[in-house]
Design a protein around this ligand. Structure first.
Ligand code: AMP
Length: 393
């Protein structure tokens, strides 16, 4: 069984082709600058990398090129080998609490919900339509970023604002990165060999969110109505006092969306350091005693620690903390700082283990009150697994 996982952006398309008999990656790649001059693709397979500039005016062109190349490069013998296509979909509002076979209704809902994810939902539709055109008989599955968080209760998902905002306009916490947090939850289930546990899953990359999970279900998460909420990120502020917005609008003569854009793209590590959104650059500057970089790093860590502490209380204690995504998987000093700040909860880090890399690494000591793991996330595999399951149903 071969399944393709697709993540379509407005001018890009990422793919991973899996052999689901053993869940191995056969090929992966990126199509970029679709509809823009200089469009190109990169395909990785059998340790090789093929890259070429080629005109692609729209997503259908990109899918045609992708499928042609898969055959031309001998990655598959024919398109018949593709059994299903799984799409990463961003916003399913409160209608989709799990993955679904893609139907006309799903596509029309993505369009209906586009105000909630104005960049992503239209791009997801482009990806779906392109595959529908080129592979009309292959079943497709949609995997929503918001779905895993649908188990939150009203106390978690409602904001303390007029109820009519929720009722009339859908203003509530939706949460994102759900596919990653679900993947981590399943991994922890496998590691512990049981279904009952209290988990805090920290997906900290360029974007970041932390999710509190009890017995496999999301109880609360840090991202909100949009991905701007919660912890501090590469270029996003995370939680701030909303009164800042009209004040800065007045000071800088900007409109609300321009200030929101600043909170999304000019804030976080980048905004505070006035240097970079990349944690590697920040840590390098910290080593050189750069004041702004030090405060940016410490604020970044503080926000994560604050939420872990909050979720520890919410869950009535915690069995496992997991670090994943770019910073979580790779940054030894950031993990160390977070764990050391959690010492009062009984977290004890094993510094040798923290230096290791691998599929799953336990970085807490045996006498730590909470087990701490680093687990690389794999949203693409989660999408492929859901696709396989739904087309076999
Ligand atoms: P992601 O969005 O999950 O791809 O994460 C990307 C981010 O991970 C980058 O912007 C970096 O800040 C961070 N990152 C990747 N590798 C490292 C590393 N070795 N040390 C610190 N941060 C890293």
């Amino acid at each position: 069984m071969k399944i393709i996982s697709i993540n379509a952006g407005s001018s890009s398309l990422k793919f991973t082709l899996f052999d689901m008999t053993d869940e191995t990656v056969i090929a992966s790649g990126l199509f970029e600058r679709i509809g823009i001059e200089g469009s190109k693709y990169t395909i990785k397979f059998h340790g090789e990398k093929v890259s070429q500039e080629i005109e692609m005016n729209n997503h259908t062109d990109a899918v045609n090129v992708l499928l042609d190349k898969l055959v031309d490069l001998g990655i598959i013998k024919s398109l018949e080998e593709i059994d299903g296509v799984g799409h990463r979909l961003v916003h399913g509002k409160d209608k989709y609490s799990e993955s679904v076979l893609i139907t006309d209704e799903v596509v029309s809902d993505l369009d209906k919900f586009k105000d909630f994810a104005p960049l992503h939902n239209p791009a997801n539709i482009l990806g779906i339509n392109a595959f529908r055109e080129v592979l009309p008989n292959v079943p497709m599955v949609g995997v929503f970023d918001t779905a895993f968080h649908q188990t939150m209760d009203a106390t978690a998902y409602l904001y303390p604002v007029p109820y009519s905002w929720y009722q009339d306009y859908g203003v509530r916490k939706y949460g994102f990165h759900g596919t990653s947090h679900r993947y981590i939850t399943n991994k922890v289930k496998d590691i512990l060999g049981r279904e009952e546990f209290r988990l805090i899953s920290c997906h900290i990359g360029n974007g970041g969110s932390i999710t509190a999970i009890k017995n496999g279900k999301c109880v609360d998460t840090t991202m909100g109505f949009t991905p701007l909420a919660g912890i501090m990120m590469g270029t996003r502020s995370g939680d701030v006092d909303p009164s800042i917005i009209p004040y800065v609008m007045e000071q800088e003569g900007k409109n609300a969306s321009e200030v929101i854009d600043d909170l999304n793209k000019q804030s976080g590590l980048f905004g505070m350091s006035e240097y970079s959104s990349d944690m590697r650059d920040i840590l390098e500057r910290c080593d050189n005693q750069d004041e702004k970089a030090i405060v940016a790093r410490d604020k970044y860590v503080r926000r994560i620690v604050d939420y872990i502490a909050q979720y520890y209380v919410l869950l009535g204690g915690t069995d496992v903390i997991v670090f994943t995504a770019g910073v979580g998987e790779n940054s030894v000093p950031v993990r160390r700082q977070i764990c050391e700040e959690l010492a009062c909860l009984g977290v004890k880090i094993d510094l040798d283990q923290n230096n290791k890399r691998g599929e799953v690494v336990k970085i807490s000591t045996d006498d730590s009150k909470i087990d701490v793991y680093v687990i690389p996330t794999d949203e693409e595999l989660m999408i492929a697994r859901d696709t396989l399951e739904l087309i076999n149903r």
